[in-house]
Design a protein around this ligand. Structure first.
Ligand code: NAD
Length: 273
């Protein structure tokens, strides 16, 4: 549907078997892009790991490189981008998808520990900035052109109790996106944010564990979260990973160019903003 033949995309935080990053990477590969997929080196026993994602992309006939890096560390980001350029010679599409795990940050602000707050900002905001800086420098050096997609959240559009650290980070991503779009537009580089609603990735298990009221089994709370999400959807179902991947593929294409700076909500009509 969208012609990404000959383009190279870098997707961060792509190791989750049910993650948004994996879905976006596969969708971009279906459109003809080669991929650099990133995540942390650690295997937490939940995420299937980058080798599986690389194999799936190769199964679609595209080339793929696994690049392990902590996106919140400047030297690791620089090394990841250098690795990508050494292998493919270019990066045309950057998707900043990596997100700090939901956990100790999902508490009322009065109980929010400083280190839990910092971790969320470090991965979600600083990680986005570092990857944008490194890849935008490359895009400018080669004469311009390219697309950057930052994954924000519905919680980047309105405040949610017990999500203050997360909301702060995802609102920040939208502001950063708008500013960067205005800086890079003259060089033909477009910058967008996507704001998904609740998705049943591995992350929802972390969220349910953190948010379950005392005495409620996290697995039961997970079902409540899913039921609420379906009830609030205009379309009667949860947001799927592929819903986000479809929008990412559109934004990565030339057809989306005049929307640069936009933050697109993908929430099945939950808020319709
Ligand atoms: P996920 O946990 O599968 O994906 C996040 C990935 O980021 C993980 O694989 C994790 O290992 C990786 N990561 C964490 N810290 C990192 C770091 N420092 N460097 C590199 N990688 C790191 O969860 P997901 O739901 O697929 O989330 C993907 C993105 O979508 C996140 O930014 C999240 O905030 C956002 N989002 C998720 C939902 C949802 O309901 N699941 C909704 C809106 C937005």
């Amino acid at each position: 549907m969208y012609n990404l033949n000959g383009k190279v995309a870098l997707v961060t935080g792509a190791a989750g078997a049910a993650g948004i990053g994996r879905a976006i990477a596969l969708r971009l590969a279906q459109e003809g892009a080669d991929l650099v997929v990133n995540d942390l080196l650690e295997d937490d026993g939940i995420r299937s790991g980058l080798p599986d994602v690389v194999a799936e992309i190769e199964g679609l006939g595209q080339c793929a490189l696994a690049a392990y890096a902590d996106v919140s560390q400047a030297d690791e980001v620089e090394r990841m981008v250098a690795q990508a350029l050494e292998r493919f010679g270019r990066i045309d599409i950057l998707v900043n998808n990596a997100g700090a795990p939901a956990g100790r940050d999902r508490v009322p602000v009065v109980d929010l520990e400083e280190d839990a707050f910092d971790l969320v900002q470090r991965v979600n905001v600083k990680g986005t900035y570092l990857c944008c800086r490194a890849v935008a420098r490359h895009m400018l050096d080669r004469g311009g052109g390219g697309t950057i997609i930052n994954i924000s959240s519905m919680a980047g559009k309105f405040g949610v109790p017990r999500y203050a650290a997360y909301c702060a980070s995802k609102f920040a991503v939208r502001g950063f996106t708008q500013a960067l779009a205005r800086e890079l537009g003259a060089a033909g580089i477009t910058v967008y944010a996507i704001c998904p609603g609740l998705i049943a990735s591995e992350r929802i298990d972390d969220m349910a564990a953190a948010l379950a009221p005392d005495g409620v089994d996290p697995a039961d709370h997970r079902e409540v979260m899913i039921a609420d999400s379906i009830k609030n959807s205009a379309l009667g179902r949860m947001v799927g990973q592929d819903d986000v991947a479809d929008i990412a593929a559109f934004l990565a294409s030339d057809q989306a160019d005049f929307m640069t700076g936009a933050s697109l909500t993908v929430d099945g009509g939950f808020r319709s903003e």
